[in-house]
Write a protein that binds this ligand. Structure first.
Ligand code: 13P
Ligand code: SF4
Length: 402
């Protein structure tokens, strides 16, 4: 079978992240030709796919899935749009999907409807004969792009120079990182976490070292550090554009956690003001937020947790309950649709999907499945052996702690 090599990952900009902010009525999928007018980078695709209607794509995807049978597993993250997630054999948060990827050795192909770091993780965890495919190669994650390998290695070397004789530092990387950083964790006694197991992963790390470098999401790191009893004074932020990350050697030696200065452009849109407005409108509302939101929002919310936690909590809530949700709009809209007996809305009145998750249009899914039918693996995600070996160690530590 022919395998087309992957193109390099293109960093996603903050501006691109607001490319799909729109009204509720405009959100349902249009043809790829229509959607491509939005000024972001799209992967080129054969023109025949650009003008296919939703029904035509649906018929093609169904036929391809039927013909491919068990040879293909489709995984879908909760942030995928409705028109894509309906084809997923498994839906979940990053943690559940990585477990699922590792538990389907019978499938030769794993088509990951999510973003690049998720497909890379599936590739690290799955069996050697399995091939992982990301339907649109430009579906990256702006947060993961904020921690490029060179910047982190420079920072790591600086930290070793300053902290070498002071108990050292253990790397803890959020799942939303490139594979190279996962392997840094594997090599240096560190661990990976997702938003569903960050407290357990950090506890694991503090049992083995007195200091942690948490990357790339400063908010998840700070929110989790506070949950574990650290104070704000115990944490410093590392700005990769400043010498020593903008810290003095003394400050670094005193710190228990060094937070990489990264963030999610979707979750940092949520504000305490939005929570106050929701509570004024509905005094009995429950506010639930993702821990990628800023500390003030997480503290003002009634509860916080991963996408799977949010999904489960709302689905299991009593009829008549009201929920203001601080996470990506595709998941919030799906929850609202699946729970018509509850009031569910997004904290942010402007409808902004994660623009990279949104790049998985059904036309791309159809294209990669048709490729498999013709014996061609399009958009295969690969990780070199050395990186894979050490990343796997860090990921397996994560899978063991919860
Ligand atoms: P979850 O691990 O909660 O699915 O979150 C992944 C993500 O990218 C959130 O922005
Ligand atoms: Fe990355 Fe944020 Fe999109 Fe999640 S929501 S994939 S962290 S950009």
């Amino acid at each position: 079978m022919a395998t087309r090599t992957k193109e390099p990952v293109i960093p996603v900009t903050e501006i691109e992240h607001s490319a799909f902010c729109r009204t509720e009525d405009e959100l349902p999928s249009k043809s790829l030709a229509e959607e491509s007018k939005v000024n972001i980078r799209w992967q080129r695709i054969p023109t025949e796919y650009l003008h296919l209607s939703a029904d035509e794509l649906d018929a093609r995807i169904h036929e391809a899935r039927e013909r491919l049978g068990d040879r293909v597993t489709v995984l879908g993250h909760h942030y995928q749009r409705e028109e894509v997630i309906k084809y997923a054999d498994f839906q979940g948060d990053s943690y559940l999907l990585s477990k699922n990827a590792a538990s389907r050795p019978e499938a030769d192909y794993i088509v990951f409807c999510g973003v690049h770091f998720m497909a890379e993780t599936a590739c690290i965890l799955c069996a050697p004969h399995q091939k992982v495919i990301l339907p649109n190669i430009t579906a990256g994650c702006s947060m993961a792009d904020m921690a490029p390998m060179d910047d982190v290695m420079d920072a790591w070397d600086d930290m070793q120079d300053v902290l070498g004789n002071h108990g050292g530092i253990l790397p803890v990387a959020y799942m939303n990182t490139i594979a190279g950083l996962k392997s840094l964790c594997g090599r240096h006694g560190g661990i990976i976490c997702t938003s569903s197991n960050a407290p357990a992963a950090l506890k694991w790390a503090y049992e083995r070292g007195e200091r942690v470098l948490f990357l790339p999401d400063q908010h998840l790191g700070r929110n989790t550090g506070l949950k574990l009893g650290l104070s704000l004074d115990d944490m410093v932020v590392w700005n990769p554009f400043k010498p020593l990350g903008g810290n003095t050697p003394e400050k670094l030696r005193k710190a228990k956690m060094v937070l990489w200065q990264g963030h999610c452009s979707v979750h940092t849109r949520f504000t305490v003001k939005q929570i106050e407005t929701a509570r004024e409108r509905y005094p009995d509302i429950k506010v639930i937020a993702h821990p990628e939101c800023v500390m003030e929002v997480v503290q003002a919310a009634d509860m916080n947790g991963s996408t799977e936690f949010i999904r489960k909590t709302i689905n299991e809530a009593p009829a008549g309950s009201k929920w203001a949700v601080g996470t990506e709009i595709s998941l919030v809209n799906r929850l609202a649709k699946q729970n018509p007996d509850k009031t569910i809305f997004c904290l942010d009145p402007v409808v902004c999907p994660c623009s990279t998750m949104y790049r998985i249009h059904p036309a791309y899914l159809s294209w990669v499945l048709d490729g498999l039918l013709e014996g061609e693996v399009v958009n295969r995600i690969t990780v070199d052996d050395e990186t894979q070996r050490y990343s796997r160690i860090a990921l397996e530590r994560m899978l063991e702690v919860v």
